[in-house]
Write a protein that binds this ligand. Structure first.
Ligand SMILES: Nc1ncnc2c1ncn2[C@@H]1O[C@H](COP(=O)(O)OP(=O)(O)OP(=O)(O)O)[C@@H](O)[C@H]1O
Ligand SMILES: [Mg+2]
Length: 494
């Protein structure tokens, strides 16, 4: 098979991954130390050395600029106002290397600390902090963040093209619409856009418009003032405010109710919001990235989605292909999941690799993740064989028998729900399955899961399933999202 890759060759150091300027090999980190008021004390030097941070001290911005390329973090002393932070951030952005900025602030300058955190500083420490553990925590946080970035896989030519386009779009700071089938990596791409943008050190706030009940959505977006309604015992910042200076990712934007579509459009035009119960407006500056697996053009025709909002959110459109249309990603993704999950090195047999490459992946990368996680639980020793790979679109009883019902399996209930357009002749009554002894809540949940599963299996798509269940498609999506949060530990299917 031409796309087949030798998995042994995809060990971490060879992986072709997004962004790899990190040091994950346990080397000390190099830090630039800028303190216009005093050189580092002996105690500071000692603490940083013990935390494996090499320190190069400078006292002016000019000096800092000259050596900025040789560092992995910047530690600056901030006093009285945030202007030095702004200047250093501008310098860091200009060299296009993502450097974390750690700010040292006097203990009594609490307000300034908050202001700096809101501006997106990577970490704030007291200026006299010489506690080794605090500096170790900072170093750990930096390495973890860098390693996280390295877990994205863009190996297939299609994906490489998409990644380079995304990096260009990221710089442009424009509103972006990501389309792609379920589980294909829309949120991953949104994070790539954020990380590659000048807002990378600011908040990334993500919400799924399809998973939140309609009556809570407005409060979640706009927030409220204390006393705005019964139960509003304190003020609440909505996601527009939380994402201020950063990125707001609205997943499943096609599910946004019509009245909130209108309100979102207004926010995007005017760039300010009014909290529920507030008299005044608050300015907000966020970059919007929206995603959908729905055909928004059709939703516009069906009068479910506002055309003017569509044009607003789709200044740039990025489309992710389904996993079966970028087969070059399959094995590197599998290797990536194995290296993230397995404690020891685990390989895939040649037959198992072939099985992965020839499957059609209706659930895309998320399904691949499930399949590999399951295989890691089932496989004997350090080799995954083709029998260990159990795909999601098998009937549930087969899936359960093959998995041996291992309780450590990380599947969630929802992982066992068939794909969106799955159609099957299996329309067994949900109540025919054996239900183990459960408490009432779990029994209700279990029964709900089986009923939903049965409706999905006996219909062509989720809209039809919702009709059979007598609920709206939105409620169905909400219920599925809720079930997602429960591990199936108490639902033994053995
Ligand atoms: N390029 C990638 N590299 C590594 N992991 C990926 C990649 N793309 C997707 N994944 C993983 O696959 C899973 C699904 O990705 P994600 O949530 O971004 O998909 P999605 O398109 O937003 O799904 P949904 O349609 O359900 O909202 C996640 O666990 C994610 O980490
Ligand atoms: Mg998503």
């Amino acid at each position: 098979m031409s796309q087949k890759t030798n998995l042994a060759g995809i060990k971490p150091e060879n992986k072709k991954l997004y962004c790899d300027n990190s040091d994950d090999k346990g080397h000390p980190l190099n830090a630039l130390w800028l303190d216009p008021f005093a050189p580092p004390s002996a105690l500071h030097k000692q603490a940083l050395q013990q935390a494996s941070i090499n320190l190069l001290s400078v006292s002016t911005l000019e000096q800092l600029k000259k050596v900025l390329n040789e560092t992995q973090l910047v530690v600056i002393r901030i006093k009285e106002d945030a202007s030095l932070y702004d200047e250093v951030l501008e310098l860091v952005n200009s060299i296009k290397i993502r450097l974390p900025i750690i700010c040292r602030i006097d203990r009594n300058d609490f307000e300034l600390g908050i202001q700096i955190m809101q501006k997106g500083a990577f970490h704030v420490l007291a200026s006299d902090c010489v506690k080794v553990q605090d500096w170790i925590d900072v170093a750990k946080k930096i390495v973890e963040k860098q390693n996280n970035k390295n877990t994205y896989v863009f190996v297939d030519n299609e994906s490489k093209k998409l990644l380079s386009l995304a990096e260009k779009v990221a710089e442009a700071d424009v509103t972006t619409l990501i389309t792609g089938p379920t589980g294909s990596g829309k949120e991953v791409l949104a994070r790539v856009l954020h990380d590659a943008s000048s807002r990378y050190s600011r908040p990334f706030i993500s919400i799924n418009c399809g998973a939140i009940p309609e009556n809570l959505m407005e409060d979640l977006l706009f927030g409220h003032e204390k006393g705005a309604f019964t139960g509003a015992i304190k003020e609440h910042r909505g996601v527009f405010e939380q994402a201020d200076t950063g990125t707001l990712f609205l997943d499943e934007i096609g599910e946004l109710p019509p009245n909130l579509q209108t309100k979102l459009l207004r926010v995007l035009q005017e760039r300010n919001i009014t909290r529920l119960g507030a008299n005044n407006q608050t300015k907000v500056d966020f970059r919007l990235i929206a995603a959908t697996n729905k055909d928004l053009k059709k939703a516009i025709e069906d009068r479910e989605f506002r055309e003017d909002l569509y044009f607003r959110i789709s200044t740039f459109r990025l489309s992710i292909a389904s996993l079966s249309n970028r087969p070059g990603d399959i094995l590197p993704l599998a290797a990536n999941i194995i290296s993230r999950t397995a404690k020891n090195f685990v390989n895939l047999s040649d037959e198992a690799q072939n099985k992965l490459l020839t499957y059609h992946w209706p659930g895309n990368v998320r399904e691949l993740d499930n399949v590999i996680q399951r295989a890691l639980v089932i496989c004997q020793g350090s080799l995954i064989k083709k029998e260990d790979l159990i795909f999601d679109d098998l009937p549930t009883h087969e899936l359960v028998q093959s998995s041996g019902g291992n309780q450590t399996n990380k599947q969630t209930i929802i992982d066992k729900l068939p794909d969106e357009n799955y159609s099957s002749t299996n329309s067994n009554s949900p109540m025919n399955e054996d239900v183990p002894a459960l408490n009432l809540d779990d029994a209700v949940r279990h029964s709900e899961y089986l009923t939903i599963q049965s409706a999905i299996r006996s219909t062509k798509n989720r809209n039809d399933a919702a009709k059979v269940l007598g609920i709206s498609p939105r409620t169905l999506r909400y219920k599925i999202a809720q079930l997602k949060n429960f591990e199936p530990k108490q639902f033994s299917f053995e």
